[in-house]
Write a new protein. Structure first.
Ligand code: HEM
Length: 152
């Protein structure tokens, strides 16, 4: 069953139109430099995500936001996500890498979904988020998340 879901998600990513890929890539380019703010929005929306990080657990989010450690981690997450967006529609290797590193950490689907929601809210506040863009991002994130969830 999981294999069928995975095959459908990879097919869904391949089914993204060239226009959709270009909309996603050009809108992402406007926020990819905002890694600290994106990680901050994610931790704020779901403190249980912050608590998974040994270096951040129990700390005041407002205080750690300006630290070099926070910036370094934000850069790693957003850098990884940039790789996914740059390589669309070829999500396979990125899915495998994320599952290999995050499944053993016990990251839940709910936490991943909360990252998605926080990122989407952030994007909406920083680009002209019209219906076309919403559909393109929806299709991209459905494909990526569907493939990740089929493996974890
Ligand atoms: C939403 C729930 C998530 C949780 C709870 C989580 C948790 C973690 C933890 C605990 C680490 C290790 C940090 C360290 O040792 O310094 C980590 C590393 C990392 N995470 Fe996540 N993560 C989540 C989502 C994501 C997402 C959505 C991405 C990419 C789009 C991502 C990309 C990375 C990368 C690139 C690293 C560094 C490499 C590694 O150690 O695996 N994470 N994550």
């Amino acid at each position: 069953m999981k294999f069928i879901i995975l095959a459908l998600c990879v097919a869904a990513a391949s089914a993204l139109s060239a226009d959709q890929i270009s909309l996603v890539q050009s809108s992402y380019a406007k926020v990819k430099g905002h890694s600290v703010d994106i990680l901050y929005a994610t931790f704020k929306a779901d403190p249980s995500i912050q608590d998974k990080f040994p270096q951040f657990v129990g700390k005041d989010l407002e205080a750690i936001k300006g630290s070099a450690e926070f910036a370094a981690h934000a850069g790693r997450i957003v850098g990884f996500f940039s790789g996914v967006i740059d390589d669309l529609p070829n999500i396979g290797p990125h899915v495998d890498a994320l599952v290999a590193t995050h499944k053993p950490r016990g990251v839940t689907h709910a936490q991943f979904n909360n990252f998605r929601a926080a990122f989407t809210t952030y994007l909406k506040g920083h680009v002209d988020y019209n219906a076309e863009l919403e559909a393109a991002w929806g299709a991209t994130l459905d494909a990526f998340y569907g493939a990740v969830f089929a493996k974890m």
